[in-house]
Design a protein around this ligand. Structure first.
Ligand code: HEC
Ligand code: HEC
Length: 330
């Protein structure tokens, strides 16, 4: 049997080379990937198959014959930019709040905004790249990290809720509801099997971190610490020794402390958003999509972040440009 490369072994060699290039270590020992949407390196066959099945389910369009309330037909309707697993642009990026407790839906089809006590509430769809590294990063075990308000403690629970709430698809862990003012039922007949749920969790968990990491501006990087951004947007984290093998003891650079902070708005405290891949999945930025550019996102930092915002405003124009260039390179 001959392949394009002459002999099969030669083909295999080229594939291995490509894989090696795809996940390269930088000088600072941080592992990054080459492509958006690829899995982390080092998955065994079983996990890799589950990742692939999960990816198909993530981009699958789900049956719309049921009467369940929903916001969309597929995970990828919202999580699409720049690849499945990502954020959204414009209308896709901003979706009605689905996880809020006191909201009421406005349109019977479930396509438009729900109305909360403060009026219409929208959420920006966050990118999911590298979320497994965050999940297994060393931290207090009881600390919840998922969602803009860090309300959910496990990735599995979040994915099950996304199926039920966003797509109207029930699983063992989470039930959809069929009427606007109804509570989410405690029990129901699952549509999604346990294995399908696990496969989607595996897909999300092992999505590699965003590939951009050609930090060009040393000045920008220095300014980022000097003016106080890095007190919340902490550059490095390390995964625990108990993480699954492919995610174990990894040093990575998400630029978040994963803690909740008061940014001075009308909402509850917010989880520090990771800044990796920033330039590839936005604008819009911030949990409610109110940041129309990186500078605008910074301008929305109040409360605990007010001193850093103030320091930013005092920078020379050329330094601002360096700092933004640095942020765009993450
Ligand atoms: C209608 C748009 C929409 C659809 C469809 C959707 N999501 Fe999301 N997703 C969001 C929004 C908005 C958030 C942020 C929620 C928050 O801030 O609490 C989110 C957050 C998440 C998070 C947590 C991210 C984090 O950083 O904590 C995960 C995981 C996730 N979605 C997975 C999925 C999966 C899996 C599907 C398909 C079953 C899906 N989503 C379908 C809009 C959507
Ligand atoms: C007190 C903690 C804190 C400090 C200091 C801070 N930030 Fe933030 N930052 C946050 C939180 C929390 C969010 C998420 C806000 C939201 O989702 O609405 C955020 C979000 C962002 C975002 C938007 C990311 C996204 O995906 O939407 C950018 C850009 C950003 N910060 C840059 C900066 C810069 C630059 C500085 C320094 C001038 C800074 N931050 C200082 C806590 C902080």
């Amino acid at each position: 049997m001959t392949s394009r490369f002459g002999r099969p072994t030669a083909g295999l060699f080229v594939v291995c080379l490509l894989l090696a290039c795809a996940q390269r270590a930088h000088g600072d020992g941080v592992y990054v990937s080459a492509y958006f949407g690829e899995p982390v390196a080092g998955l065994d066959d079983e996990v890799r198959s589950s990742f692939d099945r999960g990816q198909s389910l993530f981009v699958r369009r789900w049956d719309q014959s049921s009467t369940a309330m929903r916001n969309a037909e597929s995970c990828v309707s919202c999580h699409s930019v720049p690849m499945p697993g990502g954020s959204g642009m414009s209308e896709q990026a901003l979706v009605p709040t689905a996880l809020g407790e006191t909201v009421q839906r406005r349109a019977p089809e479930g396509h438009v905004a729900e109305v909360g006590p403060d009026g219409v509430v929208t959420r920006r769809t966050p990118p999911l790249f590298g979320i497994g590294l965050l999940e297994y990063s060393r931290r207090n075990n009881s600390q919840k990290i998922f969602g803009a308000f860090a309300e959910i403690d496990s990735l599995e629970k979040f994915v099950a809720r996304a199926f039920a709430i966003e797509l109207g698809i029930s699983s063992e862990l989470s039930c959809s509801r069929s009427a606007q003012n109804q509570d989410y039922p405690k029990s129901c007949t699952p549509i999604l099997s346990r294995r399908e749920l696990e496969d989607v969790v595996t897909f999300v968990r092992f999505l590699a971190a965003p590939p951009n990491r050609n930090q060009t501006s040393a000045i920008g990087s220095k300014l980022f610490s000097q003016i106080g951004c890095s007190s919340c947007h902490v550059e490095y984290r390390v995964t625990s020794a108990e993480a699954p093998p492919a995610l174990r003891n990894k040093r990575f650079a998400p630029f978040t402390d994963l803690q909740l902070h008061d940014l001075g708005g009308s909402t509850a405290r917010l989880r520090t958003a990771p800044l990796w891949g920033l330039n590839s999945y936005g604008p819009p930025y911030l949990h409610d999509g109110s940041g129309n550019s990186i500078e605008d996102a910074i301008a929305h930092h109040g409360g605990e972040a007010k001193p850093a915002r103030h320091n930013f405003s005092l920078l020379e124009e050329s330094d601002k440009i360096e700092l933004i260039a640095f942020l765009k390179s993450l």
